[in-house]
Write a protein that binds this ligand. Structure first.
Ligand code: HEM
Length: 496
């Protein structure tokens, strides 16, 4: 006789194997095209998942497949290579694919309620409320706050260059600049991490993504009911209380003392306190915490890495660097030497440098959508995607496709001249995503990054040194954002 516990255990294992087999034959059972890549790459941590998607993408193009089935762990996932299909998913049929499928704990993890993770009606209400925060007029208002931090950044860079005999690790400094910017505009704080890299805000910022365990996060997104029941929190309790306390204290202080600073937090407070129209969503304190955190988590590393990648490429391409400097001088001449929101917008070549950097090193190397109702693709293959199938948009692979960008490894800002842009498919360039769920802060991200690059070029010359890595290596543990292992060391000299 087999003991009962052993029999139950064997039965559970047996059922689990059948279920796993059933899950992992999802695409075969539907006779869908497949491609051999696997989400398990994420667990092995040998290379960034973006490269695995890139290999699959090239194989799909060789085999003329617009999309192909893969598995993210055990979840059926569709990888997209055809830009017309991509447009359907991101733009035309957005209603079918509106979410990213992240786990949200509404009850006890306000940070998980941030806009990038929200789904359905809740996302729509919050996004509609917050969109006016990012208009061009608001950017103009915030320009002064950001510029003041930019000027401080230049002083710190100069000190570092003096102290470190002109060899500076620029990634860290750029991260300290964007931490101070976003800390200022989203939380109303003078973090001053530029002066002191060990401020709590900076240290917590570095842990925002690394503290999220991608394995558990993924599992939670696949079994939301179970993980809600377990009261699973995406962020650590320490991070939750840190950010919640900052927002609550600052809001209380501003409301009590009538303080206004023209930043994102001001606008969120205004939205919270404004009388609501009938049926309009009323923002609560937890929404303010969540959305300030959204701005911080989505905004600080994306912008700082872009700035650091741009400096790396400019150091390696001195002619581009010189042309960029001339472009700044030209724009300033037109505006009587004043560095302002308008003169920055006039720096078309700086914009192209940033755009080319975002092409070559998209800070968000892939984005995701989840299918919410059955949908038949109108192409020759005519696959029907079912609810809960995940969709991967391989941004990095598209940006490195020689069909759209000949010699993709070459850094050439001219690719973003008006004529060249017009010749490309609109979906061939997706650093900020596309459609109704595009990055809400594209304008702010561009302004901050262009400002950082322009101010740096006005004051310093960048060139490679013996510590400069030949190629940048991306940390495979950080699946959401491209972050580099080992930093970016450059020779930094004052412009004479
Ligand atoms: C160079 C800088 C930046 C890049 C490259 C970038 C890129 C992206 C990308 C690719 C997405 C996903 C879009 C999609 O799935 O279609 C996204 C979403 C988002 N980004 Fe950015 N971003 C940048 C800066 C910022 C900044 C500065 C903020 C905040 C101040 C921000 C806030 C957000 C938010 C809240 C979302 C989620 C939007 C939603 O789901 O409705 N981003 N970003």
């Amino acid at each position: 006789m087999i003991p009962i516990p052993l029999a139950i255990f064997t039965l559970i294992i047996f059922l689990a194997i059948i279920w796993l087999h059933y899950q992992l034959t999802y695409w075969r059972r539907r006779k869908a095209p497949t491609v051999p890549t696997t989400g398990l790459y994420k667990l092995r941590n040998r290379e960034h998942i973006a490269y695995s998607y890139q290999r699959a993408y090239h194989q799909m193009k060789r085999e003329n497949k617009g999309y192909a089935g893969i598995y993210t762990l055990i979840t059926p996932t569709l990888l997209i290579a055809d830009l017309e299909i991509l447009k359907l998913i991101l733009v035309t049929e957005f209603e079918v694919f509106p979410d990213r499928g992240f786990f949200v704990n509404y009850k006890s993890d306000p940070l998980s309620r941030n806009m990038a993770r929200l789904h359905g009606e809740m996302w729509r209400k919050i996004r509609t409320k917050i969109t006016p925060t990012f208009t061009a007029a608001r950017m103009r208002q915030m320009f002064g706050n950001v510029e003041a931090i930019g000027r401080h950044f230049m002083q710190v860079m100069e000190k570092q260059a003096e102290r470190k005999r002109n060899v500076v690790e620029v990634r860290d400094l750029c991260a300290r600049f964007t931490t101070d910017v976003i800390g200022n505009v989203a939380f109303g704080l003078d973090c001053n991490s530029l002066e002191d890299p060990n401020t709590e805000f900076r240290l917590k910022g570095d842990r925002t993504f690394s503290d999220v365990n991608p394995f558990w996060d993924m599992l939670a997104s696949h079994f939301p009911k179970l993980f809600t029941w377990l009261d699973y929190k995406v962020a650590t309790p320490e991070l939750i209380s840190f950010y919640s306390n900052i927002v609550c204290r600052t809001v209380e202080y501003r409301e009590k003392n009538g303080v206004r600073r023209n930043d994102f937090l001001d606008l969120l407070i205004e939205l919270k306190n404004r009388p609501q129209q009938e049926g309009e969503y009323q923002l609560e304190m937890d929404d303010l915490i969540a959305q300030s955190f959204a701005f911080f988590s989505a905004g600080f590393e994306t912008s700082s890495n872009t700035m650091a990648f741009a400096l790396y490429e400019l150091a390696k391409n001195p002619r581009v660097q010189e042309r960029a400097r001339e472009n700044i001088a030209e724009a300033l001449r037109k505006h009587q030497g004043v560095f302002s929101y308008d003169s920055l917008n006039e720096m078309t070549y700086i914009r192209q440098v940033v755009q080319e950097t975002l092409r070559k090193y998209p800070p968000v190397p892939s984005t995701k959508r989840v299918c919410r109702r059955s949908y038949k693709f109108p192409d020759r293959q005519g696959l029907t995607v079912e609810p809960y199938v995940h969709i991967i948009i391989p941004i990095y692979a598209i940006h490195h496709d020689p069909e759209y960008y000949p010699q993709p490894e070459v850094f050439r800002p001219e690719r973003f001249s008006a004529e060249e842009r017009q010749r490309r498919h609109p979906m061939a360039y997706l650093p900020f995503g596309a459609g109704p769920r595009i990055c809400i802060a594209e304008r702010f991200g561009m302004m901050e990054t262009m400002m950082g690059v322009a101010l740096l070029l006005m004051h310093f010359k960048f060139s490679p040194c013996k510590e400069t890595a030949e190629n940048l290596i991306f940390d495979p543990k950080n699946v959401f954002v491209f972050s580099i292992r080992g930093g970016i060391h450059l020779r930094v000299e004052k412009v004479q």
